[in-house]
Design a protein around this ligand. Sequence first.
Ligand code: SGN
Ligand code: CA
Length: 530
Amino acid sequence: NKTILCILIALFAIGCKQKSTSKIEHERPNIIFIMSDDHAYQAIGAYGSVLNKTPNIDRLANEGALFNNAFVTNSICSPSRAVVLTGKHSHLNGVRDNINVFDSTQQTYPKLLQKAGYQTAVLGKWHLKSQPTGFDYWKVLPDQGHYYNPDFRTPEGIVQEDGYVTDIITDMALEWLDSKRDKSKPFMMMYHHKAPHREWLPAMEHLTDFKADLITEPESLFDDYKGRGRAAKEAEMRISDHMGLSNDNKIDPEIVKSLGFEQFMGWYEGAYKNNLARMTEKEKAAWDKVYGPINRDFEKNTPKGKELIRWKYQRYMQDYLACIESVDKNIGRVLDYLDETGLAENTIVVYTSDQGFYLGEHGWFDKRFMYEESFRTPLLIRWPNKVKSGTVNTDLVQNLDFAETFLDAAGVEIPSDMQGKSMLPLFDGDNQDWRDAVYYHYWEYPGIHAVKRHYGVRTKTHKLIHFYYDIDEWELYDLEKDPKEMMNLINDPAYELVKKDLMEKLNKLRKQYHDTDSLNQAILKSDLSR
Ligand code: SGN
Ligand code: CA
């Protein structure tokens, strides 16, 4: 009898344990972190886009929260990704520019989640050079990757997939969710698009989208940079001078040459040819059907001067926005899958971009600056169990906060050396202990696009920037009176107090994040010796 009693007690205990474990597993949320590459908030419906519609991305705002003050710490690809993984600023995680290699032995949030029993995966753009670590499954693009028939890095080596990159990455994500993961565990999936990164090659079914109607121009398309310093003037990312007619605007290099245009850089021609060379014959034929007439028209009615800039802007936006069509459609596929499988309720879905982007503002494309369009990113978070639908948040959040937020949501302790903050309290509307300023530092100079090294601070109302290295200039903007940042007020006596306050905040943040002048000197020395 005693034995039977013991067996019964043991069985009861096992039953209890199993029950409680499965309850915990059930409660811990799944996480899908969707990050696209260079997707500007100006091109998202929920952010008031006048350019395009994004009904699927907008669902996240309608059913969750939209963040109006989301920023990066360093507006460029590899650094942004390293910040997301580590919750640490660039000078501490080691990836300050697109040249540094990510030290994959360091602490990351996927590793910590994996250790805590999560199934983890990363699919799509990676751009950190070293091999992904902390993932049960990974399949990533080598470097920037290709739009058509792209190669992927896998633990077994390079494999080539047929089709269009945004569709393929989504197929991979859905396949992993459906059949490649251990379904007894909660999951965290990083689902990263290449699109809409330069050189903006739309999918076959979107080739003609946006090509019929004139796209709205931004007010500052012909910015003369008066009112600002050297950094804005000397940057090489103007649509007029630095956007390539062939690689970016898809005019055959032979035509460009025959019309007497100077190619800005030799590699523009190579890039144009390489992109098209990846297409199948059928794809190339469909492409030529749409881009052939554009080429012939350009040859016949070659625009000049301001008209050329206008033409280039139209061509840029036509392709950029068409790439986003695919991103939006594919996100819809993932959201539908979550609905159909009942996963939606307890899955945190985040949509963001590795940084913002200029869609012609200040006459620019690309990013890098601490000015709003590149510093600020879209951020939408849906978590039906926790976030009230239709929430609009205006607290100052950063990509530095993702790691902490995900660990917190999973009930995992946040390591004390991570530098961001969990956004969880904000989900409940509690911003009592939130920050009043964000810190920024951009390093990739000398380099492509020639955006000078700078760091700075932004509050809800003002911004202070220091450009350094081959320049020593400060800029101050009043974001309430001058949201488009056209007038540097650094020497305006009316702003003396504001300046003093911002300077104090900047120094405090630099100290808090351990970004010191001496470290900077050492970094400069090592960067310049590369
Ligand atoms: C490429 C682009 C640049 C872009 C960098 C970094 N040129 O070099 O315009 O700034 O990537 O982008 S391209 O014509 O080759 O596309 S990032 O998003 O990876 O940081
Ligand atoms: Ca990017």
